[in-house]
Design a protein. Structure first.
Lengths: 121, 110
């Protein structure tokens, strides 16, 4: 069964770059025909889709974050990553990595537990 | 893009039925059968309970059902149980190739 595990610093300073990794186990990213996605949830608030990367390389992003977001995959390490630049307190959230099939169906499976990231000096 | 609109709260007694709405537009809910529903207990990751408007993943109890009419999707929980107390989120594909969520509905089992 596919499992995902988020990792990265729990505290990031304002204006710096947030960098998270999602390690995949149970199958190979290279062979798994899926979108690899990042979703976040500010404390006490709702879910926000950040973006998705198809295993062949296509990417889609939330327009409100697009200018600051990069999602990439490293098949040799079987993980995919999120980079969010110029962070502010508004980026404080639990960050989840997840998978989904066709973007137009948007059936998201949250396979990780999430990681809390706080933006503060 | 705008978030989908959900009521902030809903409640019902054990054994009763409750319906949660998710209002979108003709650019998302109204034009695509891509509505999903997620259940989230405190401190836990969301869990998919309904996809493609009315389909249940394996293992999800039949008391959870979904429907759609026009720009509004609905989740109905029949025969409420105490473990159904959670926050429920809807999501949909939107025409500009993005995924959007509702603000969430806190369901209380009285």
């Amino acid at each position: 069964q596919l499992r995902l595990q988020e990792s990265g610093p729990g505290l990031v300073k304002p204006s710096e770059t947030l960098a998270l990794t999602c390690t995949v186990s149970g199958d190979s990213i290279r062979n798994y025909p899926s979108y690899w996605a990042w979703i976040r949830q500010p404390p006490g608030k709702g879910l926000e889709w950040i973006g998705s990367l198809f295993y062949s390389g296509s990417t889609y992003f939330n327009p409100s974050l697009k200018s600051r977001v990069t999602i990439s995959v490293d098949t040799s390490k079987n993980h995919f990553s999120l980079s969010l630049t110029s962070v502010t307190a508004a980026d404080t959230a639990v960050y989840y990595c997840a998978t989904h099939g066709s973007l137009s169906l948007g059936v998201i499976t949250f396979r990780g537990q999430g990681t809390m990231v706080t933006v503060s000096s | 893009q705008s978030a989908l609109t959900q009521p902030p709260s809903a409640s019902g007694s054990p054994g009763q039925s409750v319906t949660i709405s998710c209002i979108g537009t003709s650019s998302d809910v109204g034009d695509y059968d891509s509505v999903s529903w997620y259940q989230q207990h405190p401190g836990k990751a969301p869990k998919l309970i309904i996809y493609e408007v009315n389909k249940r993943p394996s293992g999800v109890p039949v008391r959870f059902s979904g429907s759609k009419s026009g720009n509004t999707a609905s989740l109905t929980v029949s025969g409420l149980q105490t473990e159904d107390e959670a926050t429920y989120f809807c999501s949909s594909y939107e025409v500009t190739n993005i995924l959007i969520f509702g603000g969430g509905t806190n369901l209380t089992v009285l």
